[in-house]
Ligand binder design. Structure first.
Ligand code: SAM
Length: 266
């Protein structure tokens, strides 16, 4: 059984919201107490992520109090007066490694304030970040995202502090701040009230195991190319069928691997 929370519709009564729980792809509205999520981002270069968390759906989610996002500069936790957080790798070789002390000082100070569902290290050798992981993390109350730089963090941080490691893809970024921004965006858009059209997240690619169907808007004809007439027919059942067929065809063509993990009823 696959359970995800995918879209959420705030209701009038103060302090409560409805959340749509998805069980094997089918949605069930669920009335629950309002909850705000907190995400702490621990990183060497907070400026690299500031605009990502201040604009768009994430920025609005923060303004509406759906999510609290706090940036922590690892340099503020350096144990030397120069603010250095890195040192040469044992065994030699190129590049620097982020030291244990500033990371432990920062994360342990946060853990003294509240308990966290996960302490997540962003790293290219981590578990692949997918929509299913975003759905799962959107149910968390408190998360820490730890972003590295240079050659990464001392292995003892990973062994002792980190509970989960995520990669946003098979390539290497110069720092984990952008990876953290990707994860925050994917999570926050799923929170209750984050999107003006709460249904919109439901038919996004990957949400039901398929890629998304093509979308069109006005004008009906542009440079001789016409919008498929069925989308203007007003026949909602036929439109739903057409979208499903298009999504299936696009998935077969571009990502046949996804079809292997579709729930059996599809
Ligand atoms: N030496 C590391 C390796 O080969 O796995 C790469 C370090 S990378 C230059 C610096 C930081 O960027 C990492 O500590 C990590 O936080 C972040 N990073 C780079 N690529 C990433 C990816 N694909 N997913 C998540 N984080 C990534």
């Amino acid at each position: 059984m696959v359970i995800t929370r995918a879209a959420n519709i705030p209701v009038a009564s103060e302090g409560q919201c409805t959340v749509t729980l998805f069980v094997n792809g089918r949605g069930f509205p669920w009335l629950c107490e309002e909850f705000a999520m907190r995400i702490d981002i621990v990183c060497p270069l907070p400026a690299a992520i500031e605009s990502c968390i201040s604009t768009g759906i994430v920025g609005r989610g923060r303004e509406r109090g759906l999510v609290e996002i706090v940036l922590h500069n690892l340099h503020d936790f350096a144990d030397n007066r120069y603010g250095h957080i890195d040192d040469e790798p044992y065994g030699g070789g190129a590049g620097m490694v982020i030291r244990c002390e500033p990371v432990f000082a920062c994360i342990e100070s946060l853990q003294r304030e509240r308990s966290y569902d996960e302490v997540i290290y962003l790293t290219p050798d981590g578990e692949r970040f997918t929509q299913a992981v975003a759905n799962e993390l959107s149910l968390a109350q408190n998360l820490i995202l730890l972003a590295g730089r240079y050659k990464g963090v001392d292995q003892r941080v990973r062994d002792l502090l980190v509970t989960r490691e995520l990669s946003i893809g098979d390539y290497v970024l110069s720092g984990g701040e952008l990876a953290a921004a990707v994860i925050v965006d994917a999570i926050v858009r799923l929170l209750p009230g984050a999107m003006s059209d709460a249904e919109s997240a439901l038919d996004d690619s990957f949400q039901d195991g398929l890629l998304s169907a093509p979308v069109y808007t006005r004008p009906a004809v542009f440079r001789g190319m016409e919008v498929p007439p069925i989308l203007r027919s007003g026949d909602h059942a036929a439109i739903r069928r057409w979208r499903y067929e298009q999504a299936l065809a696009r998935t077969k063509e571009r990502r046949p691997d996804l079809l292997n993990s579709l729930p059996s009823e599809q």
